[in-house]
Design a protein around this ligand. Structure first.
Ligand code: FE2
Length: 269
């Protein structure tokens, strides 16, 4: 496990999650200009003045271009608080490591607050849309909990570890989620899992763990559809407050009106 830990002393930290930015060198993704939808979502989040950490939960890039990560770097490098990230199925991890380590942007994967610790996991299976947590990633969960046994534990990953009741997206789930839940059963410190990938808001509880998905800052997928389908719901982000008692206060916020409507492309995204 990486020994690098970012220590922050906030008691009830406030977090922002932006996910699935799908930035690229090109103009649009299914008719949506992802630069503009991301900018609108980011602007909406400026109403939160006491943010302690921003999380970017994967698919930062759509096209693996350096330009896409450079755009992200320019937005977050002078954020005023730490900005951590993980890799998604669309991302190039070595490019992320090269470019997304500047100013406030940190490649660190363990963050420890006064009462909570976050472990940022890599669920990418190179070349595939679905995900998997390798043994060493699963081992990080138990070792993090044993290092800080009194801290509540939040896991952050790109792929969804619960079923979305949507066949096409569930084909692209975290494949070894059963193994993950077996680990979690032995680690009662785990209180919450955050993920991206599904381009929709999710807030469910499984085995006593709060499981939270987040709208994309780009295109949205329609919940509970068996075939690929894009939603008219608007881009958004998630705000979270991690409370001392291990519970999470959270809400999704979306761009107002309907400025971003994607073109349906049955070929997918
Ligand atoms: Fe995505």
């Amino acid at each position: 496990m990486s020994q690098n830990i970012l220590k922050l002393n906030h008691s009830s930290p406030q977090l922002l999650q932006f996910t699935d930015l799908h930035l690229s060198d090109k103009e649009a993704l299914m008719g949506i200009n992802c630069d503009e939808s991301f900018a609108a979502t980011k602007a909406l989040a400026t109403k939160f003045h006491h943010v302690n950490l921003t999380l970017l939960t994967g698919d930062i890039s759509q096209d693996h271009s350096e330009a896409s990560y450079q755009k992200c770097r320019e937005v977050f490098r002078n954020q005023g608080h730490p900005v951590a990230w993980i890799t998604g199925n669309h991302d190039d991890l070595s490019m992320q490591n090269d470019i997304l380590s500047d100013g406030d942007i940190t490649p660190i994967k363990r963050i420890v607050f006064k009462h909570w610790q976050l472990v940022l996991l890599n669920s990418q299976l190179p070349g595939q849309v679905c995900g998997n947590l390798a043994d060493e990633q699963l081992a990080m969960i138990e070792s993090a909990a044993s290092e800080y046994p009194e801290h509540h534990l939040m896991l952050v990953m790109h792929h969804h570890p619960v079923l979305m009741e949507s066949q096409w997206i569930d084909n692209h789930r975290l494949l070894n989620s059963d193994e993950l839940w077996q680990v979690i059963a032995k680690v009662p410190q785990v209180k919450c899992i955050m993920f991206g990938h599904v381009h929709q808001a999710v807030d469910v509880t499984q085995s006593g763990v709060r499981v939270l998905g987040c709208p994309s800052t780009s295109i949205q997928f329609t919940p509970k559809q068996q075939e690929f389908s894009v939603d008219t719901a608007q881009p958004g982000f998630r705000h979270l407050e991690l409370l001392v008692n291990g519970s999470v206060k959270t809400q999704v916020h979306r761009v107002e009106g309907t400025p971003f409507i994607a073109d349906f492309d049955p070929a997918g995204y």
